[in-house]
Design a protein around this ligand. Structure first.
Ligand code: SF4
Ligand code: SF4
Length: 473
């Protein structure tokens, strides 16, 4: 029985409710009156239910789809302006005891090199990431209580935060590790993590059980209820995601929004971010052998529909996607992207030899961070290395309050410019620096509050004169 407030996975992600939602969307996908009313509701920026958003996703009418894209673009502009937050993944270990059929780290893969970074190796990787200009990391590790116990993850986080190298510092560590206990989530919180990220992979329970035939991850309910335990452990920024290509995308889309509604109903705060990875080729994984792959048009429609359904939730796209695809969806709602990423264990400090590759998936966008930063600015975006909310303790509902109070332009915008200025001073190529300095000059005018503008100009000068770093609003 569907109940968004239930703590049971199969009740807040109720299979029958998803089937009924898809049937409702099929019946109404050309119901112009209903579609208009849903679009009108979305225009109020209050979000949509999974049923309403599913109707928009199913809608085949070109003019209505145009309206949906335009609205997604407008909401993106209103809430996130032209800022794109940058991050990089850091793979700590690819030891894993699970049997996920779509990931090369599955336990039966005997030929992929298994690696686990020592604290010294982590130090070297982090210095290499700092030298690129990164300030925000997403830690990744397989599930293996022997090789990657929680103590190892905690020690690694401590190491990462402790490294001060030139003007570099990692200021926010997000963590993507397997579903765990409330107690371990509490330890992660105490270690100062930003967002806890866990992809559901698929919300379709039957498929989930087949795709995860062995290992602890086989337990659908435990996995699906992980965010509840994370929130109980005090982590109030959680990141959802599905791996598009595993099951039917409309099913996943409805499940994803139901999960967000569940967190809102139980904890009063929805997910901090939603990631939209698509299945990719990797070591012993052939993406074409999965039947539910989605094309670029469908992918763009999903991004737009998520944007209008949950306007306050950040949306992340990784280097799984190529430059063209990233460019296409950026303006439809993406607020964070990775750049200069390595999806292997190690590889930032020293590239891995090809025959020893430990990559989790093939990276489609292989440009350097500097190239990505320049590309974003050429497209009119402000690459932002901001981590201010986390550092000011604005998480969960306090972060939502910031979004809802419309103070973003007086807060995120100057923070983006300050952190971009740091990047330009410390890491950028001369050409990127030139473009960036001109962009900052133009964008100062877009801070509405005169006092904030004045403070911004003062701090920009201080960064320019090397009189300080890490200013924030
Ligand atoms: S997806 Fe995660 S849990 Fe599954 S095999 Fe890969 S690393 Fe392990
Ligand atoms: S001020 Fe907060 S919400 Fe805005 S970009 Fe920085 S961290 Fe994100």
């Amino acid at each position: 029985m569907y109940n968004p407030s239930s703590r049971k996975a199969t009740e807040f992600i109720d299979h029958q409710e998803i089937l009924d939602t898809l049937a409702y969307a099929d019946e109404n996908c050309e119901n112009v009156e209903l579609i208009d009313s849903i679009i009108a509701k979305a225009k109020e920026r209050k979000g949509l239910s999974h049923r309403e958003a599913s109707v928009l996703l199913a809608c085949p009418i070109p003019e209505k789809n145009e309206e949906i894209y335009k609205l997604a673009e407008q909401i993106k502009k209103d809430f996130y302006g032209n800022r794109i937050v940058m991050f990089a993944p850091l793979y700590l270990s690819n030891y894993c005891i699970n049997g996920c059929t779509y990931c090369p780290y599955h336990m039966k893969n005997k030929h992929i090199p298994r690696k686990k970074l020592t604290q010294d190796e982590i130090r070297r990787e982090v210095i290499a990431l700092q030298d690129m200009g990164h300030k925000r990391l997403a830690l990744e590790a397989g599930e293996d209580p022997q090789n990657n116990p929680i103590e190892y993850i905690l020690e690694s986080i401590k190491t990462i935060y402790s490294i001060q190298h030139k003007n570099g510092a990692i200021r926010r560590v997000n963590v993507n590790i397997a579903a765990t206990t409330v107690e371990n989530y509490r330890k992660l919180k105490e270690a100062g993590i930003g967002t806890y990220i866990l992809f559901q992979e698929t919300y379709h329970k039957e498929s989930y059980l087949e795709l995860h035939p062995t290992g602890p991850k086989h337990d659908y309910d435990y996995h699906t209820e992980a965010m509840d335990r994370a929130m109980e452990g005090g982590i109030d920024d959680v990141g959802l995601g599905v791996l598009f290509g595993l099951d039917k995308y409309r099913y996943e889309f409805a499940g994803l929004l139901m999960h967000a509604e569940h967190l809102e109903a139980v904890f009063g705060v929805g997910p901090h971010t939603i990631s939209v990875p698509r299945l990719k080729n990797a070591d012993d994984i052939d993406a074409s052998s999965f039947k539910n792959g989605i094309d670029d048009d469908t992918f763009a429609k999903i991004v737009a529909c998520i944007r209008v359904a949950v306007p306050y939730t950040g949306m992340i796209i990784s280097t799984r996607e190529n430059q063209a695809c990233r460019e296409r969806v950026l303006h439809l709602g993406i607020s964070q992207i990775s750049g200069g990423s390595r999806t292997s264990v190690g590889g930032y400090a020293e590239p891995e030899p090809e025959d020893e590759s430990s990559e989790q998936f093939d990276v489609s966008d292989t440009r350097t961070l500097d190239e990505v930063v320049k590309w974003l600015m050429d497209l009119g975006y402000i690459p932002s290395f901001c981590t201010a909310c986390y550092r000011e303790g604005r998480t969960g509902d306090r972060f939502m309050a910031l979004c809802k109070s419309q103070q973003i332009q007086n807060c995120c915008h100057p923070n983006a410019l300050l952190t971009l200025k740091e990047y330009l001073m410390d890491y950028a190529s001369p050409e990127t620096k030139k473009i960036g300095d001109a962009l900052i000059e133009r964008e100062i005018e877009n801070v509405p509050n005169p006092k904030a503008r004045e403070t911004l100009v003062k701090h920009l000068k201080e960064i320019e004169n090397n009189e300080g770093r890490d200013f924030r609003f």
